[in-house]
Design a protein around this ligand. Sequence first.
Ligand code: SF4
Length: 297
Amino acid sequence: MKLNGLHILLTYQCTFECDHCFVWGSPWQDGVMTLDQLHKVLSQAREVDSLEWIYFEGGEPFLYYPILLRGVQMATAMGFHVGIVTNAFWATSLTDALTWLRPFADLIEDLTISCDLYHFSELNSPFVIHASAAAEALHITLGTISVAQPEETNISRQVGQIPSGSSAVMYRGRAATKLVGRAILKPWTNFTSCPHEDLRDPGRVHIDPYGNLHICQGITLGNVFTTTLREICEGYYADSHPICGPLLKNGPVGLAQEYDLQIEDQYADACHLCFESRRALREQFPGFLLPDEMYGN
Ligand code: SF4
């Protein structure tokens, strides 16, 4: 496995509780990485030669502002490129946004802001506008994540139109519960490959506040609080992983078939079948399908 990026979920907590959230972020979630744990994770990251980028995300990482800032300082001092993903809840005015962001100027190389109708009631909310203007003023490169509504994705499958700059909903995490009712369903046998993750050689992985290393949200390869990141990467054999192996053979269909799961006739997309199959397999593979937070428990 040749990792280029490590995404640190500083917390599962978030100011929002979006219907499309992969990680079930909400104000009521548990799980926050401590500064000591963060230092341990970054030290391990340094042992992986191919790693260049560290992203801080969540949940909402700005909820733990001093820890986020210290983490960014540590990561840049170690020579990593650093980015942050945020919902910009903190950008209540341009002046305030500049105050929040200024300490990160010259440290981060990317600020990615979630801006869609799941987070705010308008696409370009004042929060997004203030955060974007502050980033521009501080010469921080800005990115956006915008996820389309299910109906827009449905339309795109019929006539090829999805709003420019948006990506389609992936029906995993909370979306598999909250948004599926608005999706056009298709036969389960359609989903014979994983469309979004390179499960054999992922370029980036996520570490959650409990140390779980996720190849896709809720599919874990090990825990960096008990085994080092480098050892986990070196010991990963995709074909023998009980979840990734079947997914690699025949996608979510392969996962359901491998374990003879009782499934529905139709699903919204590959992630929906994958997520529901994994939910059904959690008791059988407790060491690979965790934590509870990723499954809405
Ligand atoms: S099919 Fe499964 S492993 Fe692949 S991206 Fe979707 S949820 Fe993740």
